[in-house]
Design a protein around this ligand. Structure first.
Ligand code: ADP
Ligand code: MG
Length: 685
């Protein structure tokens, strides 16, 4: 048995349990060694039941004095164990858990973990528990690791398996972190750290061990990202150096506003990138409404000035359409052919656009996912701009980039990404930041409104008033996860109701489900001010830009994620008028309340993103779950920012000294096997 053997090779692991392990991401013996407890229980002594505090989580060891089971009048099956520690008593109560009585016979000792509640005395409600086997040294008389559980993997059994593997295979674990770094920071031995995490001695040594392991994870990723960057910067852009020319000058002149300082700076960075030999790979970050589109357009025009083709990819048809119209306006009179490619084109039109792309006539192509379809062949694609890039999967982006060798790439995101995440996910990109909103914007006022008829009447009244002042409003319907069709039908009926309740106002409906032509005309009517109120499913979340809209109502707001709410709010406050965001919600879950109060307390996208990261974890926030690069076993992107910065510094030093990792074969091998696919580093080792 070696570290790379499948877990199946471990004695006692059969097919079913191997499958259960796979669900937890444990494939090999090595994975098992790095499969760490999620918490620990101190079972060295019986816990005094008198220390229980209502409202807290508690871990106790006690004796079962009696067990009883009954069915409540509402049909709930209730199991009750009376627990004793020789002095005090408490109860443990489970709802609808069958067959507990088989295990919880009077006289056995059990370890329990759960929430303490005050109900006719203190009780543990639905605790996890384990019957203690006095002859099993793994389970009693010590601090016991509790592993992430899943159906089909009893925790006691996992403990035994891990313990066996620790005994037999720990000595094979090798540390890929270079010895110079280990010495410099006086890192403890990796094997010791692994052992400590399974069986901690005390808190300080546990913490040192976990930081040590977090460093390794972050260091590996940073090395991979910086290597990828190194590789790019030593390649040559397919366009050759580009020089802004006539079209660029004309574009700047045609812009209907003065660029903010931040926009000027970002455009400068982009243009400098494109003037160099090295392909640009830049992330443009900026809060909603900060004016990212202008920066994107500048890049597109520089590309066509240099006779290259440029692609501008947007996540929705509505947004692609909007970008397309704006570009056509700005470039009118210039000799640039702009085309729109979405899945909704007629066959004939699609054929025409594809031909224009292939012949090179089309200078700029704006589109949706349709852009990376197999039939799309560019003559000389030199730049790809990806708007709202977190909406696209990595694979989709790569499919577009694969259409040519070493193009310039600009990705944009309106979800401000906390720095730790930027470094981990986009660590090989250069970053431009729009940290300023165009002048004259007033912050959007955010309100929480309940569902009572009085409150609703006041809200409708307010929309009427705003309409009288010539302003427009959005009304976003609840998110129905299972089905866009359901989303549409609920939005349809909401539109009816609102039209009735708001006589005299023109109320329209937009949804991703509508046929393309209809979507276009609805959006055009709203943008043109013909519609007063636009009822929408969450399709308007990204990008839509109608400066005259001043009210955003979000129904059932607690069900949206924070970043989504912030995006939606960003649809208003784009013009001169004072704008309002109304979060409709009754009482909701604690998580929902947290999201709403975050929205009420801050309009700073970065603060909100930090909160979001805390609440949901990195995978969700950026749609990067498929990366597989942030699935750390130990590292935590919220807490470990110091370790991350350190890991990045050391990785940069190393790659400067030894860009081929010749002196670090273990590191090269770990990179190839663990991150190779995710970072496309195959061949690096
Ligand atoms: P986002 O960063 O959310 O993509 P947009 O590029 O859609 O923002 O810009 C938001 C709005 O601000 C648009 O109406 C745009 O025309 C306007 N805008 C952008 N830059 C400026 C500026 N420098 N001055 C005034 N308005 C601007
Ligand atoms: Mg935008």
């Amino acid at each position: 048995m070696s570290l790379s053997s499948p877990v199946r090779f471990v004695k006692g692991v059969g097919e079913a349990r191997e499958r259960a392990f796979l669900r937890l991401g444990v494939r090999t013996v090595e994975d098992l060694l790095f499969f760490f407890p999620r918490r620990y229980e101190d079972r060295r002594n019986i816990t005094s039941l008198s220390t229980l505090v209502a409202g807290q989580m508690a871990s106790v060891v006690a004796e079962v004095l009696a067990f009883d089971r009954r069915t409540s009048h509402r049909g709930l099956e209730i199991s009750i164990a009376l627990l004793g520690d020789g002095k005090d008593m408490a109860r443990a109560v489970w709802f609808n858990v069958p067959k507990l009585g088989d295990a919880l016979t009077p006289g056995v000792r059990v370890a329990l973990y759960g929430r303490v509640e005050a109900r006719e005395g203190l009780q543990l409600t639905n605790p996890e528990f384990e019957v203690l086997d006095e002859s099993d040294p793994q389970s009693v008389g010590r601090i016991v690791p509790i592993y992430p559980a899943t159906a089909g993997l009893p925790s006691k059994w996992v403990r035994r398996i891990v313990s066996t593997v620790l005994d037999t295979c720990l000595s094979e674990v090798q540390d890929f972190t270079p010895s110079t770094i280990r010495q410099k920071y006086k890192f403890s031995d990796l094997r010791q750290a692994v052992a400590e995490l399974h069986h901690p001695q005390k808190h300080e040594s546990w913490l040192r061990a976990r930081n040590r392991l977090a460093f390794n994870e972050l260091f590996l990723l940073q090395t991979g990202l910086l290597l990828r960057k190194k590789r790019r910067t030593s390649s040559r852009a397919c366009t050759g150096p580009l020089k802004p020319g006539e079209k660029y000058a004309a574009f700047l002149k045609a812009l209907p506003f003065r660029l903010t300082r931040a926009q000027t700076r970002a455009i400068g960075e982009v243009v400098a990138d494109m003037r160099s030999e090295v392909p640009m790979n830049r992330l443009l970050q900026g809060d909603v409404g900060s004016g990212k589109t202008a920066v994107a357009l500048a890049a597109l025009v520089v590309a066509v000035d240099g006779e290259a083709q440029a692609a501008f990819m947007a996540p929705t048809e509505i947004l692609a359409q909007q970008h397309f119209l704006r570009l056509q306006n700005l470039l009118a009179g210039l000799d640039v052919q702009v085309e729109l490619l979405t899945g909704a084109l007629s066959r004939k039109e699609r054929g025409r656009v594809l031909a224009a792309i292939a012949s090179g006539e089309a200078g700029i192509v704006v589109g949706t996912h349709a852009l990376f379809g197999g039939k799309v062949v560019f003559k000389r694609l030199g730049l790809a701009v990806v708007d709202e890039q977190h909406r696209f999967g990595v694979l989709q982006k790569n499919a577009l980039l694969a259409k040519t060798d070493s193009p310039h790439v600009l990705v944009m995101t309106a979800t401000p990404i906390p720095r730790t995440l930027t470094l981990s996910i986009y660590g090989d990109l250069d970053v431009s930041l729009l940290d300023e909103l165009p002048a004259g914007r007033q912050p959007v006022k955010t309100h929480r409104v309940g569902n009572s008829p009085q409150q609703m009447a006041r809200l409708l009244n307010f929309i009427q008033e705003e309409a009288r002042r010539g302003h427009q409003a959005y009304w976003v319907c609840p998110l129905i996860e299972e089905s866009e069709k359901l989303d549409l039908s609920s939005a349809l009926s909401r539109r009816e109701e609102l039209a009735k309740a708001l006589p005299g106002l023109r109320v329209a409906l937009i949804s991703g489900q509508l046929p393309t032509g209809e979507k276009e005309s609805v959006m055009a009517a709203f943008a043109g001010g013909e519609t007063n109120l636009l009822v929408a499913t969450s399709v308007i979340e990204v990008g839509v830009d109608v400066p005259n809209a001043t009210v955003m109502v979000i129904e059932d707001a607690a069900h949206f994620g924070i970043a989504q709410l912030h995006q939606l709010r960003g649809r208003v406050g784009r013009g001169e008028g004072e704008s309002h965001c109304v979060l409709l919600s009754g009482k909701t879950t604690p998580e929902g309340e947290a999201r709403l109060s975050a929205m009420l307390s801050s309009s700073d996208g970065f603060k909100i993103a930090e909160l979001d990261l805390r609440q949901r974890g990195p995978g969700e926030i950026c749609g990067v779950r498929q990366h597989g690069v942030t699935d750390f076993r130990v590292a935590d992107l919220v807490r470990d920012h110091k370790i991350l910065e350190l890991a990045r510094r050391e990785a940069a030093h190393l790659i400067d000294r030894d860009p081929e990792l010749k002196s670090e074969p273990l590191l090269a091998q770990a990179l190839a096997s663990r991150l190779g696919a995710a970072l496309e580093l195959a061949g690096t080792a």
